[in-house]
Design a protein around this ligand. Structure first.
Ligand code: SF4
Length: 382
């Protein structure tokens, strides 16, 4: 049986939750899926906990009221606490997200079909053809905990979702894209910044970036999703507290390391256990074995430049035409599941390619060197 837990949080967003929670509880699923919704009331001044408990007698709903350290809104911590109640697949959705019926079933089916660890909601691409990734996504709980959750060092608005996304890519987790066809309830920056200390969004983002520059290699070294003062709704689950944050090598023997996604020789295993600098390299995805895999087949710079030059010529000859957004997403999905793709940089390591697939996949004139892109992709254009 597949399990899915949606995690959403609330601090001063009850007017959003009153609209979004019914769309979460109204989702329909196939019968063999076990579904739960966890709402984390993070010291919500509007009493989100009481509203949820009085309004819904739904066994699938667990409401958690956190009382400690809630003067400011630590969004990462709130989501991590919600995740501690979840199992199977975790879906992170903001309180202002309105989902159409069937959106989550579609996402679960897609993850199962492609064997993905993470599925990102994405509705568009930027000027370079890279998909927009935000804070709405599904992830397997073991993959989420392998990353030690959202970084709780982010205490301002924004950045924690992209940080987790990048760490997930760096760890080699398999990703996919989906348009959940969700709607956002419009609101302004004043609401976004109400429970952080910065007065502008730019200042808030800058502070979080400063924090990122100071962070060490281990995320949440003292643990994550921890709370000592909380209550749950009467029908609530108990959290799977507390997951310690591994700060050092935990492998008992050499061989395949799931955490660092590489095979460690006996010598590397000793280094990982005894040298903090080597351990940090593996944590950052730059350790021995990780790099070697990435470099094994990728063409050199000259060949890459020549390959890219030919691709540009084909693109120009094709009138600079691009494929539709759906085709682009389908192509990128194929790349992300492909062993030839360096998913950290989204570079195809095939000798006849070496291109950034986010650029190449957007061009109608391009083909996958291994023929892995969906066949319909060649005729569909924007
Ligand atoms: S272009 Fe083809 S071979 Fe290259 S990464 Fe994408 S799917 Fe794999």
């Amino acid at each position: 049986m597949t399990e899915l837990t949606v995690v959403t949080t609330c601090k001063g967003r009850l007017h959003h939750l009153t609209e979004s929670l019914p769309t979460l509880l109204g989702q329909t699923f196939r019968t063999d899926l076990r579904y739960r919704v966890v709402v984390v009331d993070y010291g919500c001044p509007q009493g989100a906990f009481d509203w949820c408990v009085s309004k819904f007698a739904d066994e699938r709903l667990t409401v958690v009221r956190v009382r400690d350290d809630v003067d400011r809104f630590n969004f990462s911590r709130a989501r991590n606490i919600g995740a501690a109640f979840g199992s199977g697949l975790l879906a992170f959705l903001d309180a202002d997200v309105l989902l159409p019926d069937g959106a989550l079933q579609r996402a679960v089916s897609e993850m199962e079909r492609l064997g993905l660890e993470r599925l990102n909601h994405s509705r568009g691409v930027d000027a370079q053809g890279r998909p927009h990734i935000g804070g709405q996504f599904l992830i397997r709980s073991e993959s989420f905990h392998a990353l030690r959750g959202f970084c709780e060092g982010f205490r301002e608005y924004g950045g924690e979702d992209i940080d987790l996304y990048r760490r997930s890519l760096a760890a080699g987790q398999s990703h996919g894209l989906i348009d959940l066809e969700l709607r956002r309830i419009p609101h302004d920056d004043e609401e976004r910044l109400r429970f952080v200390s910065s007065e502008t969004k730019a200042e808030s983002i800058l502070r979080n970036r400063e924090w990122l520059g100071q962070r060490g290699p281990v995320v949440n070294p003292d643990g994550y999703g921890l709370t000592e003062d909380f209550e749950t709704s009467p029908n609530g689950l108990q959290p799977a507290l507390v997951r310690p944050a591994p700060a050092a090598c935990e492998c008992k023997e050499p061989g395949w390391c799931e955490r660092h996604r590489c095979a460690k020789t006996p010598h590397w295993h000793v280094l990982c256990r005894t040298r903090a600098d080597y351990f940090a390299l593996w944590e950052e995805g730059r350790g021995p074995g990780q790099k070697r895999i990435q470099q094994s087949t990728e063409p050199g710079l000259l060949r890459k430049a020549a390959n890219f030059g030919k691709a540009v010529a084909r693109h120009v000859a094709d009138g600079g035409r691009k494929v539709s957004h759906q085709v682009l997403l389908a192509r990128l999905e194929a790349c992300k599941a492909c062993p030839s793709c360096d998913t950290t940089r989204m570079v195809c390591r095939e000798r006849s390619c070496g291109c950034f697939v986010t650029t190449k996949a957007a061009w109608r004139s391009e083909r996958c060197p291994l023929g892995k892109w969906p066949k319909t992709a060649h005729t569909d254009e924007s």
